[in-house]
Ligand binder design. Structure first.
Ligand SMILES: *Cc1c(COP(=O)(O)O)cnc(C)c1O
Length: 477
């Protein structure tokens, strides 16, 4: 035996075919099973085998996968999954992962076809969002990383931004702005960029959960007056709590007037650009200096696949390339083909994420993707209408896109506790898996319709189960 290749390729081929058949069966029939089930202690314990010093056959390992892992996955491929913001994935994307794993490409750089696939996917992303074709971009783990790259790129696009790279922030008081409804990863980006979370000014929102633009203007003025350096304003296209969309055009105008970098966190909402009906709600996104979004959420690409686009060519490399000499690669041979993706973000070694994006978008086309996004929004509206009809239920926020926040209202009960417990009951029922959030200071049951498999009947089943579980609790309490 040489190296780690199998002695018997046909045996491995047989196992591979079985895995493929099983996984396709699982995806095709999952609706009949529960969304999620708690992992039994015995299964958790069985996974703790200790460091494997001696070999185990792939067949045995696959049996363990089938018994201990697959039945206890998150459930976000299931149509009843409505929690957080999780994409459902597709079988085509799964197959692309197989192919990418087989090539085992390192997409940090060099002259090979997988780099050209990522470049093409970045041009597609620019087209989808109304960005220029010569913008720069990078596939990353997710929007958390993409937003961090944007904050760092923006800070290094300020006057003396290059000195910042050598000397650190020092005495400079760089400050940025985002609405109270911005995702937690924005504050984390300020933390990791070394700016400190206090440097992120939290702007209040209006009754539609959108950034209050007069408060934004006042905050920028107050910071300038106190000698701070405002450098970035971050709008959200699809907030994680309610799906609200900031007035991106209004923010763009303020950013332009004040000389600030305008970044949009469009983690899931940016996909609404593919729908002619929904696109107008995102007006202004095409004016952003940078945008972060995920292919693994509404675009249904298997985890993980986020994306950052930066409008002005050269800005991202100026923030991340380790030296300008680093950019001048060889003129031919495998070490050519500059610029390299490793100069556009923190990672040197990078997997072939682009293939699953390329195959997913290619297989469905953006027109169908846009209709799928509209269908999700229609399911959300169906749920909101159902909630409005149910005397025990109350809608807690306007439904802008695909997120519905509601709660059970029962007189004389601690509603936050009741709704929190109901969501746990619901998870354990296996019928549906929404999550919770706080809206206007109260606990909401939050259903985000991000899965292309979810149909109106699924949200009706969720509501039926919420009502059944409520009656059960009323009987018990
Ligand atoms: C999910 C989400 C993020 C974080 O994205 P990840 O891909 O999970 O890192 C950021 N912003 C918004 C609005 C999100 O919905």
């Amino acid at each position: 035996m040489t190296g780690l290749d199998p002695e018997n390729w046909d045996e491995l081929r047989g196992l591979g075919h079985r895995m493929l058949d099983d996984m396709i069966d699982r995806l095709a029939t999952q609706r009949a099973g529960p969304v999620w089930r708690p992992m039994p202690d015995a299964a958790r314990a069985a996974l703790r085998t200790g460091l494997p010093v001696e070999p185990t056959s792939p067949e045995v390992l696959y049996d363990r996968f089938s018994d201990l892992i697959a039945p206890y996955a998150t459930g976000n491929t299931h149509p009843g999954f409505m929690g957080w913001v999780h994409g459902g994935g597709t079988a085509v994307g799964m197959l692309a992962e197989l192919l990418a794993g087989g090539l085992n490409a390192n997409c940090g750089g060099r002259d090979h076809a997988p780099i050209e696939v990522e470049r093409e996917v970045i041009r597609w992303a620019a087209d989808m969002l109304g960005f220029p074709q010569d913008c720069s971009g990078l596939l990353v783990t997710g929007s958390s990383m993409a937003n961090m790259i944007a904050v760092i790129t923006a800070s290094r696009a300020t006057p003396d931004g290059q000195a910042l790279r050598r000397a650190g922030v020092g005495g400079r008081r760089l400050v940025g702005y985002a609405a109270a409804t911005a995702h937690g990863c924005i504050a984390r980006a300020f933390d990791l960029a070394g700016l400190g979370t206090d440097a992120l000014r939290i702007i209040p929102v209006d009754e539609r959960h959108r950034m209050d633009l007069s408060a934004l203007r006042a905050a920028i003025r107050a910071d300038r007056d106190s000698g701070a350096e405002p450098f970035i304003v971050i709008g959200t296209a699809g907030t994680v709590d309610t799906g609200a969309i900031d007035d991106l055009d209004g923010i763009a105008a303020i950013a332009r007037q004040d000389g600030l970098w305008f970044h949009v966190d469009g983690a899931f909402g940016a996909l609404a650009m593919l729908s002619p009906d929904l696109r107008p709600a995102l007006r202004g996104l095409e004016r952003a200096d940078s945008v972060a979004f995920d292919f693994h959420k509404w675009a249904q690409v298997p985890y993980d696949a986020g994306c950052i686009l930066v409008r002005e060519p050269g800005r991202q490399a100026a923030a991340f390339a380790q030296s300008l000499a680093y950019l001048s690669r060889e003129d031919r041979g495998l070490a050519g083909n500059a610029p390299w993706f490793c100069d556009l973000g923190p990672d040197l070694s990078r997997g072939f994420r682009a293939l699953k994006v390329w195959m997913t978008l290619g297989a469905y086309g953006t027109a169908r993707m846009g209709r799928m996004v509209e269908d999700c929004c229609a399911v959300a509206r169906h749920l909101a209408e159902r909630v409005a009809r149910e005397p025990l239920l109350e809608l807690l926020a306007p439904v802008t896109l695909n997120i519905v926040c509601f709660r059970v209202r029962l007189a004389g009960m601690d509603l936050d506790a009741l709704n929190g417990e109901l969501v746990k009951d619901l998870h354990e029922s296996g019928v549906a898996a929404p999550s919770t959030t706080m809206v206007g200071g109260v606990k909401a049951i939050r259903a985000a319709i991000v899965n292309h498999r979810t149909v109106p009947g699924d949200v009706d089943r969720m509501v039926d189960e919420v009502l059944r579980l409520t009656r059960l609790r009323r009987g018990v309490i």
